[in-house]
Design a protein around this ligand. Structure first.
Ligand code: UGA
Length: 422
């Protein structure tokens, strides 16, 4: 969606194709299936300008195209953590049948090393006379700031072997040259690995600071100060050093698992990333204990107001959200959960236990609560009217899993304050 909309904003003519008719019908009628800030405006503008359309008609879209981006999902396969490539291969096969004239096929989906070559093989087998080149162009967009990331990338990575295909890709991304965004071209395999290695490295940074936060709790240090001090060294950098309840989302959890799996298959060690996966699960379990301890050792019969359910702010994505691991064990032990999320409640309802009660107004969430758990750092939770919150609650426990609030402020308002690392 974001890639399609942004390329149309650059002036390209883009057809977004999906096999899901409902999704396409919604889009044709102007309903965007995901929450991503700014996407609705971009889609409306470019649809009206005739540069962007949505269709299930793969044949027509493919026959016309100079360039085809395969951007289907690659979820972690149940059981072994391997990236499920069913959708990528199915798309490659479908595309192959309708190719006309020279076409560049681009792997946008996050795929294990070797997938681009496999896609190439599938297309050749399906349509031996097809005139095409294959490219790997991994994406580095973050949910919630995907359009900004597309429009102002720190780099564009292109894995490519043909000069003709490289020229076409560079032409597509040319509007970014004004911003001097580097377009780095390399081999297919390197491009594929750059994506996994980047996500695994960022996940490592997050897990590293999360482990330091637990150590901070044990030794009486302040994790915010530790991260600030570390981040001032430019070799380390300050980004992705924010301690929290463990990373989630559709990328870090599945990509770390997939990288471990790829290494295993090749018979090489991948111990650091294995430890990251384990540390992340431990961090989520630690959050459950933290909440339990803050409630005096037992959550049974306690009412907990939960602020934020999605894996991060500015998205409605619930995939691998820490709330999915942290809330069920509390409910099992007899806690009742009153929850709020600005965008994620519709996605959360089918996958969280049915006992969770949802409120549209954030302040209703606090009514009679023993404790507040700030799970996701949506902006609207940063400036809460703390006196009002306190007045609505039965208890005074405030557990901040995103370290949004300053200790002194919460204490001044009469809260007992707990945070990650404290
Ligand atoms: C991530 C990468 O940042 C993108 O570059 C990449 O394109 C994307 O995955 C992908 O593979 O598609 P995203 O999953 O949208 O993007 O979200 P991030 O902002 O990276 O956050 C991931 C998780 O780490 C979230 O749960 C977030 O709360 C957590 N996190 C992040 C922290 O706990 N602390 C931090 O300092 C940073």
């Amino acid at each position: 969606m974001v890639t399609g909309a942004c390329f149309s904003e650059f002036g390209a003519y883009v057809s977004c194709v999906d096999v899901n008719e409902k999704k396409i019908n919604d889009l044709v009628e102007g309903r965007i299936p995901i929450y991503e800030p700014g996407l609705d405006i971009l889609v409306e503008k470019n649809t009206k300008a005739g540069r962007l359309n949505f269709t299930t008609d793969l044949e027509m879209a493919v026959a016309d195209a100079d360039c085809i981006f395969i951007a289907v999902g690659t979820p972690a396969r149940r059981g072994d953590g391997h990236a499920d490539l069913t959708y990528v291969y199915a798309a490659a096969k479908d595309v192959a049948r309708h190719l006309k004239g020279y076409t560049v096929i681009v792997d946008k989906s996050t795929v294990p090393v070797g997938t681009a070559r496999e896609v190439q093989r599938i297309i050749k087998k399906e349509n031996p006379s097809a005139n095409f080149d294959i490219v790997s162009n991994p994406e580095f967009l973050r949910e919630g700031s995907a359009i900004e990331d597309f429009m102002r990338p720190e780099r564009v990575v292109i894995g490519v072997e043909s000069q003709r295909a490289e020229a076409l890709l560079r032409e597509l991304y040319r509007p970014l040259s004004l911003l001097e965004a580097p377009v780095f071209s390399t081999t297919l395999e390197s491009a594929e690995l750059i994506k996994y290695a980047s996500n695994a490295f960022l996940a490592t940074k997050v897990s590293f600071i999360n482990e330091m936060s637990v150590l901070c709790e044990a030794v009486g240090a302040d994790v915010h100060a530790v991260a600030t001090g570390m981040g001032m060294d430019r070799r380390i950098g300050s980004k992705f050093l924010h301690a929290g309840p463990g990373f989630g989302g559709s990328c870090f959890p599945k990509d770390t698992l997939a990288l471990v799996r790829i290494a295993k298959e090749k018979g090489v060690p991948c111990k650091i990333v294995e430890a990251v996966v384990e540390a992340n699960a431990m961090q989520k379990r630690h959050m459950v204990k933290k909440i339990r301890n803050a409630l005096g050792g037992s959550e049974s019969g306690k009412k907990i107001a939960v602020l934020g359910l999605t894996f991060k702010p500015e998205t409605d994505d619930m995939r691998d959200a820490p709330s999915l691991s942290i809330l069920p064990p509390l409910i099992e032990k007899g806690a009742s959960i009153q929850a709020h999320d600005p965008q994620g409640m519709a996605q959360a309802k089918p996958i969280l236990p049915e006992e969770v009660i949802y409120y549209d107004n954030v302040y209703d969430t606090f009514l009679g609560a023993d404790a507040v758990v700030l799970m996701t750092e949506w902006n609207q939770y940063r400036g809460l009217d703390l006196d009002r919150v306190k007045g609505l609650m039965k208890g005074n426990v405030f557990i901040d899993l995103r370290n949004v609030y300053q200790h002194e402020i919460l204490v001044t308002h009469g809260f007992e304050y707990f945070s990650v690392g404290r």
